[in-house]
Each structure stands twice: as C-alpha cells, then as structure tokens.
Design a binder for this molecule. Sequence first.
Ligand code: SF4
Length: 148
Amino acid sequence: MYLVSACLAGINCRYDGKNTKIAEIEELVKDGKAISICPEVIAGLNTPRDSCEIVITDDGTKKVISKDNKDFTLAYRDGAQKTLNIAKIIGINTAILKAKSPSCGCGQVYDGKFSGNLINGNGITAELLLINNIKIYTEENFKEIYPF
Ligand code: SF4
C-alpha cells in the first residue's frame, strides 16, 4: 500500500481549490493500492486556503507562513503528525507526494518569499515521513517505481 498526496489523486484539496491529478496515481487509489491523504485538510484547514511557503528563521527554525504573514506552522505540523500516524497504522513504507509543496514537497520547496524560486528542503509532512523511514517519490520521479 502506498500513501499519495490527495491532490495528485484528483481531489480538489489544493490551497486554490484545484487538484494536480496524475492519471497513474489516481488509478493507484482506484485500484486499492494507495490511500490518498491531504495533510493540510486533515489538519482542519479550509479549502481554498491561504497560500503558504516554508520560511527558515534566523535561529534555523522552520516555519510555514502565508503571503500576508500569518503563521500556520502548528497546523502544518499537526497535519504531518496525523499523516504519519495513519501511515504507521497501515504499515506504509513508500509515499508519492506533490513536489514543492510546503507540506508534501521533497527535495525542493519554494524559498519563502513567494518569488517562484526554489531552495533545497522538504515540506513539513515529507520531512516527518522521511525521518520515520518512509521512502518518498514525487510526481516528478515516481515512474522509477512504475508500473506498480
Ligand atoms: Fe496536495 Fe499535499 Fe498540498 Fe494537500 S498538502 S494539497 S496533498 S500538496
């Protein structure tokens, strides 16, 4: 069983109320081979919601901040923990997550300035899953393990 970002499975859960469906990932869920989760939705955030990016503070703390400077860090951490809890209950060891997202991004995320530029780093959920030995692919490289 895989864990996949819900927006990749066609769920309209993105901050803008849209999805980023990838047909093969949607099929994975329909075939019962994956569970789709949106960490931000299970944290109780609304859809649509504020667009957020990861910001690293001067003391090295990772925060999640909206364009109008609201701090959503606690909600994002809550969504990450809930996602990890579900993954552990099901026994998931591989996830396919949405690249560049402040929750799901793995390897690169936006730079916190809403500039469109990327920096090296992970979203809050992706990082927690990695620490807990869950292997992560994104929609950009999941074909390394496809067909499933
Ligand atoms: Fe998609 Fe993850 Fe963002 Fe939810 S939190 S919309 S699953 S990228």
